[in-house]
Design a protein around this ligand. Structure first.
Ligand code: NAD
Ligand code: DAU
Length: 348
């Protein structure tokens, strides 16, 4: 019996990771710790909530004594840490919130793990989920490798870079057994509609403007979320201690080309005249500090652990659009209330 703490398991990627672990490893006890911020939603995981090997804990990783108590009480064997403030635009408005959760929250988890695991390091693992944004921005050429120097440009990526450094420092200084992965842009079901793909799907459904930042010629490397969950499973079980692995989709798209492809798919799915959705594209003011291009060299995880994406972008986008069309109530629930206020401030 292994006890695994997964943080942020009610969010986008975390919900896919929790589902995979609960279903694939009945002998593990999976504890999902999530503060249920605007981005956390238990509706993402209703299908596994009754599973005997699953426990949900509502709690905040920034609450130090609560975290210490939790680790004392449960004696976890492993931690998969996904809880974070994750949206770049929000980090520009409120950087401190990102320091609190992404840096201080991670510190509390590290301290609790260090304390409880002293002398038992050989059987433990702290897995920190990070992002390719820590490497900064690429020009037209090149790929991020595991040895690319950190060069974060947004408060979000600076907070993630900081937490990566602390995880590594705890490994070097205290012998904490850790792995880190830095992944490219995910997409898929349950993605909160403040991020490009789900935001634009929702706006197309509602015939609202599609706000493309700047000239739209920014490039991202897209990975289907379930393929990320597979990679996380593999790294958790087979990754080497004190190592970093880059995870990417081998799938670069300029924003404007991706948006046009999405518009075409949506016109077909919604039975609209071709070109209807594209007419909603509106160029708006650019994101400050907008990184030009991210692209991952995922050859290390491919060679060492045999991982590669299983879903093509066409298949993944098709599944994603179908999921949003079948889950309009989910979309309505998450876009009402607080999110409506955020949207108005950000775009109108
Ligand atoms: P998300 O915003 O969808 O979910 C974050 C989850 O963390 C939510 O359930 C939220 O309630 C929870 N949370 C936030 N603050 C918390 C706190 N103080 N205490 C406890 N729980 C808290 O994020 P996501 O897109 O699923 O990203 C998950 C992780 O993966 C993050 O660490 C992010 O940096 C990383 N990542 C994301 C992407 C991507 O494309 N989305 C790519 C690479 C890495
Ligand atoms: O690269 C991994 C990162 O990908 C993760 O670490 C982050 O948590 C995740 O949010 C994502 O960051 P991005 O900033 O790349 O994702 P976002 O969906 O916000 O934006 C994707 C691109 O689309 C980016 O170039 C900005 C642009 N964009 C975004 C929004 C929300 C627009 O043009 N218009 C928009 O309204």
């Amino acid at each position: 019996m292994k006890k695994i703490l997964i943080t942020g398991g009610a969010g986008f990627i975390g919900s896919h990771v929790v589902r995979r672990f609960v279903q694939k490893y009945p002998a593990y006890q999976i504890y999902n710790l999530d503060a249920l911020t605007y981005a956390g939603n238990l509706e993402n995981i209703t299908d596994i909530e009754q599973a005997p090997n699953y426990t949900f804990i509502k709690g905040d990783i920034t609450a130090e004594s609560f975290i210490n108590h939790l680790f004392e009480q449960h004696q976890f064997d492993g931690v998969i840490h996904l809880a974070a403030e994750s949206h770049v635009d929000r980090s520009i408005e409120d950087p401190l919130a990102f320091v609190k959760t992404n840096v201080i929250g991670t510190m509390h988890l590290l301290n609790a793990a260090k304390k409880q695991w002293e002398g038992k390091e050989a059987t433990k693992r702290f897995y920190h989920i990070s992002t390719d944004e820590v490497y900064g921005s690429l020009g037209a050429e090149g790929l991020f490798t595991e040895t690319t120097p950190y060069d974060p440009n947004s408060p979000y990526s600076a907070s993630k870079a900081s937490s990566d450094h602390f995880v590594r420092a705890y490994g070097e200084t205290y012998g904490l057994p850790y792995v880190i992965t830095n992944c490219s842009n995910n997409y898929g079901p349950n993605h909160f509609p403040e991020k490009l793909i789900p935001l634009f799907i929702n706006n197309i459904i509602n015939n609202k403007a599609l706000p493309v930042y700047g000239n739209g010629k920014y490039t991202r490397d897209w990975l289907f979320v379930e393929d990320h969950a597979v990679a996380i499973d593999l790294v958790f079980h087979e990754g080497k201690n004190h190592q970093t692995y880059n995870i990417g989709g081998f799938n670069e798209w300029q924003n404007i080309d991706l948006v046009k492809l999405l518009c075409q798919i949506m016109d077909v799915k919604l039975g609209r005249v071709p070109g209807t959705s594209e007419a909603l594209i509106t160029y708006v003011k650019d994101r400050p500090g907008h990184d030009l291009r991210y692209a991952i060299d995922a050859s290390k995880i491919n060679k060492e652990l045999g991982w590669k994406p299983s879903v093509t972008f066409e298949q993944g986008l098709d599944r994603t659009v179908d999921w949003y069309l079948a889950n309009e109530t989910w979309l309505k629930n998450v876009t009402s209330g607080e999110y409506a206020k955020y949207y108005e401030k950000q775009y109108e």
